[in-house]
Design a protein around this ligand. Structure first.
Ligand code: BGP
Length: 477
């Protein structure tokens, strides 16, 4: 089965992990700028004020800010049709609550979009990707407060108007369902529970998280409506971190547990953003968890009027759930779960499951019947630079090939898939660990975990492989 003509092959990044220039051009600090690096075993830390002598990976990241022409030229050489990037909110509104935008920040993205256009690469822009302005955390405790919605909409209005002829495809919030999990509070919503916390070990409040999620739902729906009023051609999507969830056995207890987990971690957000209302299972979940959402009268209508045009998601792994307390649960996978004996795992313990991608694409298309985009997928691995400077990342090629094969199966199954933007096309900072060592790219960046390196870019073996994939529209794998 062939991919459709005009299929969007490409790659994905996020400003806080890629752009750097954190205090250049009038940019204010974002929450990610207050996060230290971590390692394989030490979690990232959030500092309420910047500590002298501490290394903050987002500050320089890999300096797309200073390398965008070179980077876009390399993407063009691979034949990219689409480039997923995010706008750094605090580059446009430095504190988040300023009344006037920062012209220098706006100008930077004018230049980036002009460069993409020169190479015929379609931008796909995430409006908020783990980069809540730190000013909003200080003033409101981030998305815990409903007040943030208006600040977000002012930011949307500014960028929609400014880039209405340059950008057609938008995503409102990256991995909005992160807020169903404890680690999402800070990353996705700029919420500090205790003022000083490690990313994986924060003090949790499901009440606050789900209230913040509701604020993001309302903000997203209003942004969709606003975007369509500014340019009716805009295509605006949701973005979900999809963790395909299987039962450990055919014991009905396992099946029900897996279904419940799937509903809350994966489906609740798509249901609200695509169908425009909370699904039935949400009510029971909120009751059982003692969560009382504060809703405004008009929210129901807002959600209905602001449904998305397409559904996008990230896909890295599947997880297995068991209701049996005697069954051993593993760490590694972001959500824990049981080890799947049929699958290999990455060096970071993420269980690699290409067929799970086919399963998920079918699952989603059956439910929503709107175009789908895979906007993140890839293998985080340690790359070795050989003496001659080459990087032979066959493991990455194998991972991506296996997933693309299954994507094509899903298309043959009848799924309307329109884009594949592989994650971290150029090496960048890992979101969960802050490392540079965990690399995804087709392009190597010379920089290590401590921030050393001259930032030079080198194509890996996978660069040439992906170029062939794109040139043959997925036929030459
Ligand atoms: C997703 C995020 C990305 C990204 C990716 C890989 O959850 O949207 O920002 O980083 O995961 O994760 P990591 O960087 O932790 O390997």
């Amino acid at each position: 089965m062939k991919m459709r003509d005009g299929f969007f092959w490409g790659g994905a990044t996020a400003a806080n992990q890629f752009e750097g220039g954190w205090n250049q051009g009038g940019k204010g600090p974002s929450t990610s700028d207050m996060m230290t690096g971590g390692t394989h075993t030490t979690p990232r830390r959030i500092t309420p004020v910047l500590e002298e002598g501490t290394y903050y990976p987002s500050h320089e990241a890999v300096d797309f800010y200073g390398h965008y022409k070179e980077d876009i030229a390399m993407m063009a050489e691979m034949g990219f049709k689409m480039f997923r990037m995010s706008i750094n909110w605090s580059r446009i509104y430095p504190s988040g609550y300023d009344q006037e935008p920062n012209e220098e920040g706006l100008k930077f993205y004018d230049d980036v979009f002009a460069e993409l256009k020169k190479h015929n690469i379609e931008p796909l822009v995430t409006i908020s990707h783990y980069e809540t302005p730190f000013g909003l955390t200080e003033k409101y405790n981030g998305w815990a407060s409903r007040d943030v919605i208006d600040h977000f909409l002012r930011y949307c209005e500014t960028i929609f108007n400014r880039y209405k002829n340059q950008v057609k495809y938008w995503l409102t919030f990256n991995e909005i369902n992160c807020l169903t999990m404890p680690l999402g509070a800070y990353m996705a919503a700029g919420i500090l529970f205790d003022g000083k916390t490690e990313l994986t070990d924060g003090v949790d409040s499901p009440q606050t998280r789900f209230q913040a999620l509701h604020h993001q739902f309302v903000a997203s729906a209003k942004a969709v409506k606003l975007g369509h009023s500014i340019n009716p051609d805009f295509q605006i999507g949701c973005m979900i971190a999809f963790m395909t969830t299987y039962p450990n056995t055919c014991n009905p207890n396992d099946i029900i547990l897996a279904q419940k987990k799937d509903q809350i971690s994966n489906m609740i957000c798509g249901d609200v953003q695509v169908r425009g209302a909370y699904p039935g299972f949400a009510k029971r979940f909120f009751e059982e968890q003692g969560i009382k959402l504060e809703l405004h009268q008009e929210d129901e209508r807002t959600l209905k009027e602001g449904t998305v045009d397409f559904y996008s998601f990230s896909y890295y792994m599947s997880i297995v759930e068991s209701a049996d307390p005697a069954v051993e649960k593993v760490g590694g996978n972001l959500l824990g779960g049981v080890k799947n004996p049929y699958l290999e795992a990455s060096d970071w313990g993420w269980q690699i499951d290409p067929q799970g991608l086919r399963y998920t694409l079918n699952h989603l298309y059956d439910r929503y019947q709107i175009p789908l985009m895979v906007v993140e997928n890839g293998l985080g691995a340690v790359d070795v630079v050989e003496e001659d400077g080459s990087i032979n990342d066959d493991y990455r090629i194998n991972y991506l090939r296996d997933h693309i094969v299954q994507m094509k199966e899903a298309v043959a199954d009848g799924v309307d898939l329109i884009a594949y933007t592989m994650w971290g096309c150029i090496d960048l900072v890992s979101a969960s660990t802050g490392e540079m060592k965990k690399r995804y790219g087709f392009i190597h960046v010379n920089k290590d975990n401590d921030g050393n390196g001259d930032l030079s870019r080198t194509p890996k073996k996978s660069f040439y492989w992906y170029k062939g994939v794109i040139a043959s529209n997925g036929e030459q794998l």
